[in-house]
Design a protein around this ligand. Sequence first.
Ligand code: SAM
Length: 291
Amino acid sequence: MDTVPPSPFRFAKPTTEDLPRLARLGYDAAMVHCGACRNYHLTTPYFRAIGIGGIGPEFAWESQLDTLLRATAGRETVRWLLAGSADAGLPGLLGGLAAARPGTEHTITVVDRCQTPLILCRAHAAAEGAAIETVLGDLRDFRSDGAFDAVLMHFTTIFFADDELVDFLRHTGSWLAPGGVLVAGFLHDRPSADPPHGNNARVTSWREAVIRAEIEAGRLDLPEDIDTFIGRMEQRGPRRTRRFTASDVTDVVRAAQLRPREVALLPFADEEAELWGHDCRQRCFIVADRA
Ligand SMILES: C[S@@+](CC[C@H](N)C(=O)[O-])C[C@H]1O[C@@H](n2cnc3c(N)ncnc32)[C@H](O)[C@@H]1O
């Protein structure tokens, strides 16, 4: 297989998070607090600090901000619920939103069933001198009737089985204040069938090369050997791969008694897109309110 040369180091992401510091903090937190989610929560902040994985709020940053700006237009205050947050990326994204539209006050509550992302959210908020409320628990059991103007469920949908998604989305509607909006991310259908296995292997090989180059250059503090870390990458989970067309997404949301307002396609537009091929993966946001 052709070796793909590592890209240059890319800390220069739009977020104000201190990604290298948060990556190391996340490592320590994941070792203490994570169970089955350790590989996921430990690797995510490093991937973001390195700039690989096509994950995280950096992916299609401007497109995401556009959607969030439209979803919250006309509000002087927005009470946000972040329904799942792999690390501090979502508070970071909302920081970008606040900068894009000064004068709006944002309050943030984060719910996650693991303490590791909550620790990172609190660390980022403290560094910014901002307030944040964190709640440890399963979103299925989270009750907060009508308390939020906006719920951002940033691809947490991949953690839910098909047969529980509608009930769960109906439950998310109960968190919304009158006029409030749900912004939920889904893996979006590709224009064609899954890319050939070769593309998958090329992406994995490129990611490994970038990780090795960054860690060997000593720019990130990783307290384990690179092969162990790469092994975690290969077993990150969740394994959910169902992709939704725009019409699937609106059907699911309507079945949950929510009213779709907008479906926004978020192109997978970074170096990895080239490796995946012209029909690379996409994601989408659906914006909905209570019917
Ligand atoms: C997909 S991540 C957030 C997405 C990330 N920002 C990204 O860009 O890909 C989802 C988070 O939701 C949490 N989560 C998954 N299922 C959950 C549940 N039932 N209750 C609470 N948190 C959950 C996971 O622990 C994880 O931190």
